[in-house]
Ligand binder design. Sequence first.
Ligand code: PDD
Length: 284
Amino acid sequence: MSRIVYVNGEYVPEEEAKISVFDRGFLMGDGVYEVSSILDGKLVDNDAHLARLERSLNELNMGWPCTKEELVDIQREVIRRNDVEEGAVYWQITRGAADRDFVFPKDAKPSLVMFTQARKIVDVPAAKTGMSVITVQDIRWHRRDIKTVQLLAPSLAKMEAKAAGADDAWLVEDGYVTEGSSNNAFIITQDGTIVTRKLSNDILHGITRRAVLKIAEQEGLKVEERSFTPDEAYDAAEAFITSASAFVMPVVKIDNRILGNGVPGPIASKLRELYIEMAKAEAK
Ligand code: PDD
């Protein structure tokens, strides 16, 4: 079944969607994006995703293609037109089309593209089995706090993980884990402390990360926002990742070292359950 996607003011079947070959998103990776998850046909933590989008746009001196309210209307319309109950809505804003030049164009109109991806997020096998990761070198640029469409480095990292028989990659810089290829990385120490890298330009400021840390705090769990090494991760009691597309997903193997008894641990499993409960209750 063909999806209806949104491209610069029009809703069209995906085969008919067109974007200029001069679009700077296509030529230069000059664009930003967001992914909000959909549960029961409603958007999860969407205001936070819109706020991060605004920050990404501001950091790159890029304009909005429409108002925030119009953008939300388009989100709801693509979800409605594609009848998505569970999955994600992806949207991307680029600086627009202009003759190729490293200098930003003065009068290009920002492009907006949006589409849905229907898929299960809650009831997935990996939540019961846990996932495996390998560590790879973080070769990305230094503004990972901006959610740009330049995703070749994380894509290569993920391919390296797949080639090694793992599900995903954790990226390592100067001996410390930054984050996952498309998620934030957490470990839980043997004494039950949740450890995740603190916010900086080194990582994306995950929306799910923030919600999960709030839940952890409400549950009275100890949290340390600091860097950790792969060695510390090997010795962890549990580990997990967070993202809009996976929510909280337990990690049971890191570089072929099995954590605990190789199944999702109690804290990661509980955080997943509590996050899903909250997301369902607050989706709108
Ligand atoms: N990725 N870190 C990176 C590098 C990411 O790409 C993502 C999200 C996250 C988690 O952020 P959030 O909790 O706000 O989704 C962390 C999205 C899902 C993607 O690229 O598909």
